[in-house]
Design a protein around this ligand. Structure first.
Ligand code: IMP
Ligand code: MG
Length: 215
């Protein structure tokens, strides 16, 4: 089965009628000029991200002090969050990645394929699993089960964003940066069709873009 190179799940499409209700963003939520055609508004600013990530890092530092910590991050959406988070965690730790990609079609819709397997030994260690966003929970449920089978001493989950409205699996994160409404977001590592990961803020994708890519 071929992995797809665009977002595999269905972002919420905004119908024409609804589209008019999408208010013009307040001045403070206007994205930089360059991005205005594609990004409707800034949901979480760079400054808020920085503050919250520092707080999360401090909590993690406290909770895992004295242990044998392995941070396991999911590729590719965690790239910015992870880099900022790690700089705030002053503990001896190891870092490894799991690559996971969803695919569309075939007998198992929403199925996952692993594009990079864990290499570090986590048995008997404290594991902090880091992802960008907890949406339906399918990804984290699968990865968590996989890690549990490796018998870590402790397994905790940290996500930058939590979108509880769309949850299908019974999975909750121990550390959450921000709980957000059921909107499709990009930036700060999160993508749409592999784009927008480089935005320094989390923004709402303009409905025209969502429509353009999916239709
Ligand atoms: P889940 O398996 O449905 O929980 O989805 C988790 C994955 O879907 C995340 O790691 C993201 O790659 C992707 N995802 C879910 N919601 C969004 C979004 O709003 N923007 C960008 N990616 C998203
Ligand atoms: Mg992802």
């Amino acid at each position: 089965m071929e992995p797809v190179d665009y977002q595999e799940f269905e972002p919420k499409l905004i119908a024409d009628g609804e589209r008019q209700n999408l208010k013009r963003p307040a001045q403070s939520q206007q994205p930089p000029r360059l991005w205005r055609g594609e990004i409707h508004s800034v949901l979480i600013s760079r400054a808020r991200l920085a503050r919250r990530v520092r707080t999360l890092a401090r909590q993690i530092e406290k909770d895992f002090a004295g242990g044998d910590l392995v941070i396991v991050a999911l590729l590719n959406g965690t790239v910015m969050f992870l880099a900022d988070l790690l700089r705030g965690v002053s503990l001896p730790l190891r870092l490894d990645f799991i690559g996971v990609s969803s695919y569309r079609g075939g007998a198992e819709p929403g199925g996952l394929i692993f594009t990079k397997e864990l290499r570090l030994d986590v048995r008997g260690r404290d594991v902090l699993l880091v992802d960008d966003i907890l949406d339906t929970g399918r990804t984290l449920a699968r990865v968590r089960a996989k890690l549990r089978a490796l018998q870590p001493r402790r397994l905790k989950v940290c996500v930058l964003l939590d979108k509880p409205a769309r949850r299908l699996e019974n999975v909750a994160a121990d550390y959450v940066g921000f709980t957000i409404p059921d909107e499709f977001v990009v930036g700060y590592g999160l993508d749409y069709g592999e784009k927008y990961r480089n935005l320094p803020f989390v923004g709402l994708l303009h409905p025209n873009i969502v429509r353009g890519v999916t239709s």
